[in-house]
Design a protein around this ligand. Structure first.
Ligand code: NZQ
Ligand code: ZN
Length: 378
């Protein structure tokens, strides 16, 4: 095992923590508050931001869409430059946060910000970013990953940069009370798949990584099994905590990872607008079946330590499907209105990005992706 791990984001967890931003943002910094379609105006979060920033100078930018686009975020870049903004405060879910991670970097870059997404340029500097999380799912609030789309080309891409780490993230579970069942189910599934992508590979004796990943899995199983309690603060704060821990990349430090479910899922979202978590749930179970030979030891370990299933890897995959279905998330592409171009759309887009050999062993080729999607459509 060899790794470097440094996560500089301060987590401010719990009810009332939004007050802490008053001191976490310097009073002499001009702040841009960025949010999405307005959910924060309906649930009182916006009012709490206004209160916390009453002694700061700030303006706002709204309208960041689900699966944020560079087209929208470049409008925010213009605002940052014109208004001489010093600090960006993202208020929302993964979409607003990712949009702002791009914003803080692109605002200090002279070229086309898509350069970060297509990998032709690395981020070299960024404005400071703070986050107020309203939807737990992606872990974006304290990681260095940015996922952004370009509408004009139907592309969804991502990049890693240590300049993307927020300075702080406020995680107040009471902000979740206005999430609907679909959003809660999506969050649970996204966290489960994040943990899986860092665990369901081949075995290495990484006791800390495996042990903690299994704790997160068992937590998510407990939440799914107590789905009827999903409106309670205790249920919601546990989802918020688990989703955060599932993708700060700590459980992935020093161990093999397989992000193929995400890479295929991102294409399904780019072409067919599936919610992020829903795009994963229609890929992962079928991928696990196709890649059983490579992943059999870890699927068996998950079976024993998470689901209490021994010597039956197919039953483990069925248990995962049952879990997703229980929280209202379908595991078949046939549940959605998808045209017959889906396979060529996805495989051509992967090929164009050079993603032709995915997975921890670089053997999930495009013909396997074709088989996986075909199984999902049956
Ligand atoms: O825009 P508003 O009005 O705020 O409404 C949002 C949006 O419609 C709403 N919402 C958020 N908080 C709410 C609320 N509604 C009621 N009450 C609240 N408290 O929820 C809707 C979905 O929000 P979004 O931010 O899109 O969801 P999510 O957090 O799932 O983010 C998805 C995006 O993150 C990317 C995905 O690809 C997708 O673009 N990901 C980012 C990752 C990262 N940076 O680490 C990793 C993930 O794997 C993922 O790829
Ligand atoms: Zn995800």
């Amino acid at each position: 095992m060899t790794f470097s791990y440094h996560n500089p984001t301060a987590l401010q967890f719990g009810e009332g923590q939004i007050q802490s931003i008053t001191n976490l943002i310097d009073k002499d910094q001009k702040v841009l508050v960025v949010y999405g379609g307005g959910s924060i105006k309906k649930n009182g979060v916006y009012d709490q931001v206004v209160k916390a920033l009453e002694n700061h100078t700030w303006i706002e930018f709204s309208g960041v869409e689900v699966n944020p686009t560079i087209e929208t975020m470049d409008k925010a870049v213009k605002v940052v430059k014109e208004e001489k903004i010093d600090f960006v405060l993202a208020v929302g879910g993964g979409s607003v946060i990712d949009g702002c991670k791009y914003l803080v970097a692109a605002s200090l870059y002279d070229g086309d910000g898509w350069d970060f997404l297509d990998g032709s340029k690395e981020v070299e500097k960024a404005l400071p970013l703070g986050v107020i999380l309203t939807l737990p799912a992606t872990g974006s609030e304290s990681n260095n990953l940015t996922v952004l789309s370009r509408k004009s080309t139907d592309e969804k891409r991502m990049y890693f940069s240590d300049f993307s780490y927020p300075k702080f993230a406020v995680l107040d579970p009471s902000f979740m009370s206005t999430l609907n069942d679909r959003q809660l189910g999506n969050g649970l599934v996204d966290a489960f798949v994040h943990t899986s992508e860092q665990y369901l590979t081949y075995p290495i004796p990484a006791l800390v990584n495996d042990g903690y990943a299994e704790t997160l899995f068992r937590g998510l199983v407990t939440l799914a099994n107590t789905w009827e309690d999903r409106r309670t603060l205790v249920w919601q704060e546990n989802l918020m905590h688990i989703a955060n821990q599932a993708l700060n990349f700590q459980i992935g430090a020093g161990v093999p990872q397989d992000w193929s479910t995400h890479l295929v899922g991102h294409e399904l979202t780019a072409f067919y607008n599936l919610d992020h978590a829903r795009s994963l749930a229609v890929v992962q179970p079928h991928l696990l079946r196709i890649m059983m030979d490579d992943k059999k030891e870890k699927i068996a370990k998950m079976g024993e330590n998470v689901f209490g299933i021994k010597n039956d890897n197919e039953a483990v995959i069925v248990a995962i499907e049952t879990l997703y279905n229980k929280v209202g998330v379908p595991t078949k592409l046939s549940a959605y209105e998808i045209d017959d171009k889906v396979i060529s759309n996805v495989t051509n887009a992967l090929e164009a990005k050079g993603y032709t050999a995915l997975g921890e062993n670089a053997n999930i080729t495009l013909d396997k992706v074709t088989t996986i999607l075909t199984m999902s459509m049956k």
